[in-house]
Design a protein around this ligand. Sequence first.
Ligand SMILES: *Cc1c(COP(=O)(O)O)cnc(C)c1O
Length: 357
Amino acid sequence: MTASTAPRQQFASDNLAGICPEALQCLLEANASGHQPAYGDDLWTQKSTDMLRELFQTDCDVYYVFNGTAANSLALASLCQSYHSVICSPVAHIETDECGGPEFFSNGSKLLVAESESSAARLGKLTPDAVEYLVTKRHDIHYPKPKVVSITQATELGTVYTVEEVRAIAAIAKRRHLKLHMDGARFANAVATLEVHPSEITWRAGVDVLCFGGTKNGLPVGEAVVFFDRDLSADFAWRVKQAGQLASKMRFISAPWVGMLEHDTWLRNARHANAMAHRLYQAINAMPGVHVLHPPQANAVFVQLPASSIARMHALGWSFYEFIAGGGCRLMCAWDTQPETVDAFAADLAAACAQAA
Ligand SMILES: *Cc1c(COP(=O)(O)O)cnc(C)c1O
């Protein structure tokens, strides 16, 4: 395909990308198999669930929902009573981008935002100290009782918690009788960066529930809620149904998951997206006027750009978000971002910045 006929790619989000071929193949196969049991009683759902258990090397409970907001909100609701609270970072998606979903589905559990000036906090991460501070700050009956810690892996700022960092937060959580939830909308990108077994940054590190994102990694739709502590998933199926998140034709969510999990496509997609972010970083880091906020650890580059350059880039048809999480512009790479797209963006940016100077 030549550049002029290829559909244009963008850096606004990794959910602008389409379905990866492996997921699409299984979707088509599922569709070719005629009438099948509904509501998850089909073979594809059985298969993808077994594959997730194999992937994590543990007998976890798995549920599929349509999107990440539902995955997070329902997972958190299952860990909390209405008078409880959830400790999270100020830039956490559950705090800034879910329209109060976690509070709504938990009937009022409050999010406790860990404000911090630490360097980790500037990288979008929660720290054990910040958690400890919020758990010990109040014990009286007038304050919602902390019950859960939520971390995002990879974070909203494109950084990644190390195994040690997850373990340290889990240790505080355990000592303070809190459950640990992981928003893994970009879990694949984090695993690709760390090059660890997925169990090492989840249940082996102390994570109780993972919302494993598939959409941004190449699925059409559908996230997996993975309960490593199976006691916590009691009645979760009813919660999913009540929230309108139970797909009757569940196989069209689970079959693409099979395509994604087979031959580690999920990891290959994530590695590619991460590599494209790295390529973009290399291309623009030294440009006059460009200030990269921190080296990318996953599939996003965060940069401050002159206002005139932003306007110029938008005028050239490039879409990206300007103020994400209080920082600069967010340039997000996807499973299918082409090196040529990265290079074309960098060339346009160089010209835009030269004009601005
Ligand atoms: C994209 C994203 C989600 C899920 O968002 P939905 O639009 O509800 O699917 C959750 N957490 C983070 C950190 C995300 O980036």
